[in-house]
Design a protein around this ligand. Sequence first.
Ligand SMILES: [Zn+2]
Length: 363
Amino acid sequence: MKRLLTRLFAALAFCIVSGTAGSPAATPPDRQVAITIDDLPAGAANSMSTAAITEMTSKLLATLQQQKIPVVGFVNEDKLYKLGEVDERIKALNMWLDSGFDLGNHTYGHISLNRAGLKDFEESVVRGETVTKLLLAQRKKTLRYFRYPYLDTGRDLQTRRDADAFLVARGYRLAHVTLDAWDWAFSRVYDDAKKRGDTAVQQEIANAYLSYSAAVFEYDEKLSRDLIGYEPKQILLLHANQLEADHIGELLELLRKRGYRFITLEDALSDQAYGMPDTYVGEEGTGWLERWAITRGRPPLGAPVFPPAIAERSKGQLLPARRRLLPPSNREELCDGSIRRTAPSTNNSLDHLGSRHVARLID
Ligand SMILES: [Zn+2]
């Protein structure tokens, strides 16, 4: 009996230790993050009715407003042009400003600088300003921020520098990304489950998204400390989709439990980290922690594994495309067939380019 009690006690002690070790709930450090949301008015705008976009926007913004979260939303104006519904779609965009949020440019047609030439990219930047600039001007605000679609910043350093210089000359600040749990990948299967009215699967996908987010945040926090000695003011990339509309409250709670306070993008960008050298070029866009690491010749390893169950569900929807698209040097295939993200290489091999862009056309 005594031995049994001893073993039980030992097991209990182990549970307590393992349950608290690394747990953000214990004593979370003071962390800061800016929330950014891309692909406005909706990532899936082309396959959504305007009424559905308005409803989704309303739900998403209600949570953000209630919790007083500063947000910059990045717009693709081509998504506004649906015959007979343009005014309503512009109204959906206006809801962001009415709710006190800011808007930035994400190019007119979600164009990849790695795929398009610099001239086409620049045209898409300018064309993407038309409505957004007007809506901001009505509130005496200016268009200040730009986010590269797919985080593609050019396949060579000269193109990258030219594009950056063009954007800066037009008055933009570049919106970096340091936290990214690929919500777009979960949102596709979530939308599919929602259309079928399958609430159990929706919940399963939401849970997987939140778990993966927690793993990604922990990984990126450690990468920050290992790389630059502290955790900078982070910038989280999300997308305007139904998954976020339904579950962003839980994501914000998860961030709070890790010690995060929510700050403006302007505040985040004031962190000295964003002035660090970054000479990354590559076929695959990636976050800035990886870019800084690669610039220093220390490509990071051991990123969390994307949930195999979600990848499995996505079969036939081109969802795992981006994973397939990563060049072989950028991924590790695990024994269960799942794929672990690793840092993209700086090697500009073009052999994977064709399939990547076919799949990314719907990204
Ligand atoms: Zn985007």
